[in-house]
Design a protein around this ligand. Sequence first.
Ligand code: THU
Length: 134
Amino acid sequence: MDEVELIRAASEARQEAYAPYSGFRVGAAVICDDGRIFAGANVENAVYGLSICAERVAMSKAVSEGCRRFEALAIIADGPTPCPPCGACRQFLAEFGAESLVIMANTKGETKKALIKELLPYAFTNERLFADKG
Ligand code: THU
């Protein structure tokens, strides 16, 4: 998996961020277990709570095209340190496996990496929903 390529895809997607309210532009890209890459940007709304993060846009594009496992997700935004994914996006990513790599980046070229199981320990997953209730 080419991490530089994934960050570049996230960065390109960031160009299309629709963030007139926060002014905080975010791009994300995922690479699926079959090698396909899907990217997205944050999309805000006048009803602020309807805004959606770049990561969930990218993941939803991938899932709706048949992807069920993410090898990695890259996220990029402007800031003093690499941009971490929000809690909702961590939960969304954990749905598709605990081992996905999260590559955080900023526009200065700094990066930081962690597995989703490290970013969201004790995640609530479908295994719990399907666990034997006996
Ligand atoms: N945002 C993301 O796209 N991803 C995150 O993980 C954190 C926040 C977006 C949502 C909103 O459009 C803006 O950044 C400010 O919160």
